[in-house]
Design a protein around this ligand. Structure first.
Ligand SMILES: [Zn+2]
Ligand SMILES: [Zn+2]
Length: 59
């Protein structure tokens, strides 16, 4: 049973769940390494799906 952790997005304030491991939805997004480091540097945590999508590589 792994329901994940409920986190509050530091960018927009909405709540979302993050598993904090490789099974998490955030691992599935194609975020360039450079952007990922920037996010961790600035927010120190995962962002919600909406905000993270803004950093993801567009197809
Ligand atoms: Zn957000
Ligand atoms: Zn996550």
């Amino acid at each position: 049973m792994s329901s994940g952790t409920i986190k509050k997005c530091p960018e927009c304030g909405q709540f979302f769940s993050c598993l904090g491991n490789e099974d998490c939805w955030c691992e599935k997004l194609q975020i360039p390494k450079r952007e990922l480091l920037f996010i961790l540097e600035k927010y120190k945590d995962c962002l919600c799906p909406d905000c993270l999508a803004k950093f993801a590589e567009k197809p």
